[in-house]
Write a protein that binds this ligand. Structure first.
Ligand SMILES: Cc1cc2nc3c(=O)[nH]c(=O)nc-3n(C[C@H](O)[C@H](O)[C@H](O)COP(=O)(O)O)c2cc1C
Ligand SMILES: [Fe+2]
Ligand SMILES: [Fe+2]
Length: 398
């Protein structure tokens, strides 16, 4: 059996992108990304999702490699984001008889983006398509993470084509399924993908999981990253926990600093927390850290400390940026503490407190607010804050 035949009659025809430096113009791709596309080959052939436009030629080549001169009869569109839909026009030129399959919102977007208004197979939630020997059933999962998103289920092969859900950054280095690739490097990237792109939509993801949870899933075919077969339970469990914003024990310390004064507080707090043995501890200087990595860890861990100098009467810009990313994702609870610095009129500590209030997070301990250089008293207040936090963390772990 060819390695691309991930299940009988289900073929992988996706591509790798190792040249785009920032996904969606924002998120770095140190290990690349794959755009996954699949063929379901019954008496008729359906292609499920396409790839980013620049890789359309390679997608066509992959399709021909699998089915030769047979036509593609249907194109199932689970998700209209251009990383999956922008090869539709190219596909239609090569397969003029191909019918688009999507829900009403999808088909409106096909017309809106690409000016394509053609006879299509419009599906509602629970609708299906008989390919002859293989059936495709469509489950609408709106807002995971666009309004038109749906998942396609093939009952004969117990295979779920899940769109971006369960996807991850990281190209596929030869292997396709999780038994063929080294999975270890994808888990962090799955968290980072989720935190960066899906993070705001915890409730819709929970709804989708409830809807799809009863399916006897053997294989998950997402639009990015490995095809999941051995690890389906772990992948679904991780999505369940991330979409409930559930966190594990651990501390993220994120700070901004121009001249090292605020940084000194961050270092001291980290050291004292380590002394109290409440790790893991991750410390990020926000002028240099990659925001999606910081977000990833804040999604993962239950405790967050933020520190900022006062800057033109406001927060230091990289700190403000992180808070905006957090606020946009509506994380419902984290243990939170804050520290700040100033020279003539401090606002940072107060603004961090207001941020917590807006998030409906309770602040732990007294904010450490330092004027100019750190005194012994400032260092003592860092220790006090760290010990208060540590006591709370330990009480929660018991
Ligand atoms: C561009 C700029 C704007 C600042 N604005 C304020 C301010 O509005 N109020 C204040 O008290 N200090 C202000 N400061 C002083 C810093 O908050 C202070 O130097 C602080 O110690 C910097 O911390 P750091 O060493 O961690 O960078 C400003 C400093 C700079 C460079
Ligand atoms: Fe997407
Ligand atoms: Fe995507």
């Amino acid at each position: 059996m060819a390695i691309t035949e991930i299940r009988p009659d289900i073929r992988y025809v996706g591509v790798n992108d190792r040249t785009t430096t920032r996904f969606e113009g924002l998120w770095p791709l140190p290990q690349g990304v794959s755009y996954n596309s699949y063929l379901a080959v019954g008496e008729q052939v359906a292609l499920i999702d396409t790839v980013e436009e620049r890789f359309g030629g390679r997608l066509l080549e992959n399709i021909r490699h699998e089915i030769g001169d047979r036509p593609v009869d249907y194109l199932v569109i689970n998700h209209m984001e251009p990383d999956h839909s922008s090869s539709i026009a190219l596909l239609r030129r090569h397969y003029p008889e191909m019918r688009l399959v999507g829900n009403a919102k999808t088909l409106q977007m096909v017309e809106g983006y690409y000016g394509i208004a053609c006879p299509a197979h419009t599906v509602a939630d629970g609708g299906q398509l008989d390919l002859g020997g293989l059936t495709l059933q469509f489950h609408l999962i709106p807002m995971v993470h666009w309004p038109e998103t749906m998942a396609t289920w093939c009952p004969e092969r117990q295979t779920l084509f899940s769109g971006d859900a369960f996807g991850t950054f990281g190209a596929l280095d030869g292997g396709i399924t999780d038994t063929q690739v080294e999975t270890e490097r994808y888990w962090d990237e799955m968290r980072r993908y989720y935190a960066a792109i899906v993070g705001k939509y915890g409730a819709p993801v929970q709804k989708a999981l409830a809807k799809l949870g009863s399916l006897p899933i053997h294989t998950i075919c997402p639009t990015h990253g490995p095809v999941w077969q051995r690890e389906t339970a772990r992948v679904v469990d991780l999505y369940d926990r991330m979409s409930r914003y559930e966190a594990e024990p651990g501390v993220v310390i994120a700070y901004g600093s121009m001249y090292g004064n605020t940084e000194r507080l961050a270092e001291r707090i980290a050291r004292t927390l380590a002394e109290e043995q409440v790790g893991p501890i991750r410390v990020y200087n926000l002028s240099y850290a990659e925001p999606s990595e910081v977000l990833r860890d804040i999604f993962r861990y239950d405790t967050l400390l933020v520190g900022s100098p006062t800057y033109n009467g406001a927060l230091f810009p990289p700190v403000k940026q992180l808070l905006d990313l957090l606020s946009a994702r509506g994380i419902p609870r984290r243990r939170f503490a804050r520290f700040g610095s100033f020279t003539w009129a401090g606002t940072a500590a107060r603004l961090l407190g207001e941020f917590a209030q807006q998030m409906k997070w309770e602040c732990t301990g007294e904010a450490v607010e330092m004027k100019q250089g750190a005194t012994d008293a400032d260092i003592d207040r860092c220790d006090a804050l760290a010990r208060t936090l540590a006591a709370e963390i330990k009480a929660a772990r018991r």
